[in-house]
Design a protein around this ligand. Structure first.
Ligand SMILES: Nc1nc2c(ncn2[C@@H]2O[C@H](COP(=O)(O)OP(=O)(O)OP(=O)(O)O)[C@@H](O)[C@H]2O)c(=O)[nH]1
Ligand SMILES: [Mg+2]
Length: 372
């Protein structure tokens, strides 16, 4: 999902925190959120069950000052660690530029760590990516507890490749930012090696040339919260793509809906924060419908907003627009398929918001819509 604005030397990259259930992925992301200055991060979005287990993903947009002569925008995601959410893990992993593997350092968690690492390797391979060549940092978490294995044991079992590793205690923040800085450097290095990011140039860019970009949008939208739009314009009929019925591979959602909704109510806002001005109300409406547990309206609003957002890429079919923007076509097909489903669930609505966010991030990366 990396993208580069060559003029501004701005790089956008996706980093996924992976690991077994309860290893501390969400806690790590929360700590990043608390530590990074508000001007450098957006709102954190979490969709969790009553017991705070991640149901779909956590998402946090962060702007890193500079790596070399590039400024970097990161989309940080966590996956749900519980074994039966593998389809969601695959989804979140798509387009990742780097992974932080959050291992639970406790001896009794070793089997789960091993299993999760093997699962990461397998899921990446399905996308044609080899873990042993992929930017990866190991986070030995829960080092504050008594019953932890030694770092040597953890390395022997989980890090034979010898990638950078860090001892962390996500609950108090120890080591968390060092981990993030290192994976960011590895990702940039990898993108440079793939020639996606150009090599450093000799002279620093003149001050004041950085575009307003995502950071300014986030600041603006987050300080100007508006009520959701009262009504939605009808969704136009699909133009070119006929979507197959989406695969239903996950088990039925486990959480009490109220818990999901309460968590979402506290934490939603990332989608509208990323929205171009014209689509702010659409994004807010989708978020409001999610919070109200009206998943059908949420999916409809997202589908409508996605179509409008894609139109910023110019005339053409949805497929052409998706190609130009590098938006995942499979995600668009699945979203279109959802709009014809009679019964929509919380994870369908969350997926729709995820696709909408993806489109907004891609628009932002290519500088659309242009001011004026
Ligand atoms: N002592 C200690 N507890 C931690 C640490 N990190 C996380 N925890 C606790 O471990 C539990 C699980 O943490 P989460 O961050 O929700 O775990 P997760 O990896 O997101 O779990 P899933 O969403 O189910 O995959 C919570 O009770 C956290 O407070 C740590 O470094 N030290
Ligand atoms: Mg979690």
């Amino acid at each position: 999902m990396s993208s580069v604005n060559l003029m501004a030397r701005e790089v956008a990259a996706k980093i996924v925190f992976y690991g077994p259930g309860l290893s501390g992925k969400t806690t790590t992301l929360r700590k990043v959120y608390e530590t990074v200055r508000p001007a450098h991060r957006g709102e954190m979005m979490s969709i969790a069950t009553e017991g705070d287990r991640t149901l779909f993903f956590d998402f946090l947009p962060v702007k890193v000052e500079r790596v070399g002569d590039c400024s970097v925008r990161l989309a940080l995601y966590t996956v749900p660690g519980q074994v039966f959410y593998n389809a969601t893990r695959k989804l979140v992993l798509q387009g990742a530029d780097g992974v932080v593997f959050v291992a639970d350092s406790q001896a009794e968690a070793m089997d789960a760590n091993r299993e999760s690492l093997a699962n990461l390797e397998e899921n990446l391979l399905e996308n044609g990516i080899r873990l042993d060549r992929f930017p990866l940092v190991m986070q030995w978490n829960k080092r504050d507890l008594e019953s932890t294995l030694s770092v040597e044991e953890l390395r022997r079992e989980l890090n034979p490749r010898g990638v950078p590793d860090f001892e962390t205690a996500a609950t108090n923040g120890r080591g968390v930012l060092d981990t993030l800085k290192t994976i960011t450097r590895l990702v940039i290095k990898d993108l440079r090696a793939k020639r996606i990011v150009p090599p450093p140039r000799p002279a620093p860019p003149p001050p004041g040339t950085a575009p307003a970009g995502l950071e300014a949008q986030l600041a603006q939208h987050l300080t100007q919260r508006q009520p959701p739009a009262a009504s939605l314009s009808p969704t136009p009929a699909p133009r070119t793509l006929t979507a197959p019925a989406p695969p239903r591979v996950e088990p039925a959602p486990m959480p009490a809906p109220a818990a999901v909704v309460n968590t979402a109510a506290r934490l939603l806002g990332a989608t509208s924060a990323l929205a171009p001005g014209d689509l702010f109300d659409h994004a807010r409406a989708a978020e409001a419908a999610f919070v109200a547990a009206d998943y059908t309206t949420c999916v409809t609003a997202c589908t409508d907003a996605v179509r409008r957002a894609m139109a910023f890429a110019g005339e053409g079919t949805l497929a052409q627009q998706a190609f130009l923007l590098h938006v995942d076509g499979a995600d668009l097909l699945r979203l279109q398929g959802l709009s014809t489903q009679p019964h929509l669930r919380v994870d369908d609505a969350a997926f729709s918001l995820y696709v909408l966010m993806q489109v907004f991030v891609r628009l932002n990366a290519v500088g659309l819509p242009t001011a004026g």
